[in-house]
Write a protein that binds this ligand. Structure first.
Ligand SMILES: Cc1ncc(COP(=O)(O)O)c(C=O)c1O
Length: 388
């Protein structure tokens, strides 16, 4: 590892420690999806107790409420004996991911969560002050990390129906072609839950200069039902300059264990590897292999989540609220007033809901929890928003 990488990794790991340990809650933190604000979280600004934490309906981080399936817990328990080793044995996780996608292990890069992959992509492709092009609102880590490497972002507005504006993205990329390091698409997008269709992805890839990489973040891939959507991994097989980011934090339920990965052509991968530490624990590597095999558990989570999303959004719609049609384990509801005027009220009722996502500041993002959590959300919504 060269000096630049050492420094860069220290920055990343330091950032994690800071976010998890001593930083107060910064709503714009790229790691807001992974860490609970330590101080402000509990009543009276003190550290929340475990009981208090357990009691909250946690509908703010798009987590999976159900806990890892038995198959995954068993695999992680079995790997505990390797806790004294750094990297191996690793359960064959890279090969398992490669086989799962029909690519070569050379096309796979592991990260401590896909957050690390987003950081690696920034570090790799934003050298020399190049910019990232994406939309707002979206998952902000890529823009935050860009600031960390002294780069900038071009953030385009969404369309009136909250979808990503692909023709505008093509135009912006062409207009700034010399300055663009890569294009960022979150598909489906967070916080809106909207997809970019397979034909729009093709339109984008065919419409921008062919040397500009496109990072396609598929964190919520498994929840999508629309026939107009598909993964962009086939483009990697064609050697197109596409990096697909995936995570084990969502449907697979391992957010706290930190495992994600990128799939990309070797021409991009060789450059990205130089910026990676991939400091991943043995437990999650073995758990990840088991999780990929346990498609039944994934199907169960998907079905429970989508049923509860439908039930909740149908009830909200029947009360006259507009919902952004979602293909994910969260949705946005237009509460017709600023979100930051209600989040404290939800918290008083032990329901944690999403923060404001400018410019959609009247839209409340709600992660789909379990049945009990959603019932508590609806009860709180009726008290706070409906009558407010
Ligand atoms: C779109 C998107 N990408 C990436 C991540 C990061 O996930 P992780 O680092 O847990 O893999 C998240 C987390 O919420 C996300 O919403």
């Amino acid at each position: 590892m060269n000096l630049k990488n050492t420094v860069s990794r220290r920055k990343f790991m330091g950032g994690l420690a800071m976010a998890a340990g001593y930083m107060g809650f910064r709503p714009e933190s790229p790691l807001e999806a992974q860490v609970m604000p330590p101080a402000e979280a509990g009543a009276g600004g003190r550290q929340a107790s475990t009981d208090e934490y357990d009691n909250w309906a946690k509908l703010c981080f798009n987590e999976n409420p159900y806990g890892p399936p038995d198959s995954v817990i068993k695999a992680m328990n079995g790997a505990m004996k390797y806790a004294n080793r750094y990297g191996n044995p690793d359960g064959g996780i890279v090969q398992a991911i490669a086989t799962h996608h029909g690519v070569s292990p050379a096309n796979v890069l592991l990260g401590a969560g896909s957050t690390e992959i987003l950081d690696v992509v920034d570090e790799t492709f934003l050298d020399g002050g190049k910019k990232v092009i994406g939309v707002k609102p979206t998952y902000g880590a890529v823009y935050e990390f860009a600031r960390g490497v002294k780069s900038d972002s071009i953030q385009l507005d969404l369309l009136p129906d909250h979808r990503q504006d692909i023709p505008a993205m093509i135009k912006a990329t062409q207009d700034h072609r010399g300055q663009v390091g890569f294009v960022y698409i979150v598909n489906p997008n967070n916080p809106t839950g909207c997809i970019v269709t397979k034909s729009e992805i093709k339109q984008l890839l065919d419409g921008i200069p062919e040397n500009i990489p496109v990072l396609i973040d598929e964190a919520y891939h498994h929840y999508v039902e629309s026939p107009d959507y598909e993964t962009s991994i086939p483009y990697v097989l064609q050697g197109r300059p596409v990096v697909v980011a995936r995570t084990f934090s969502k449907i697979v339920c391992l957010a706290g264990m930190r495992l994600g990965y990128a799939v990309a052509p070797t021409s991009l991968m060789d450059r990205m590897r130089e910026h990676s530490v991939a400091s991943i624990n043995a437990l999650v590597k073995w758990g990840g292999v088991a999780a990929l095999k346990d498609t039944e558990a994934q199907a169960r989570v998907k079905s429970m989540t989508l049923d509860l999303r439908k039930k909740t959004t149908t009830e909200l719609a029947s009360m006259g609220y507009d919902i952004v049609p979602s293909e994910t384990n969260f949705f946005m509801v237009n509460i017709r007033r600023p979100v930051n005027t209600v989040t404290g009220e939800f918290r008083k009722r032990a329901v944690l809901v999403g923060r404001p996502f400018p410019p959609m500041t009247n839209y409340l993002r709600v992660s789909v929890g379990n049945a009990d959590e959603m019932a508590r959300f609806m009860a709180a919504f009726k008290e706070i928003v409906k009558t407010g």
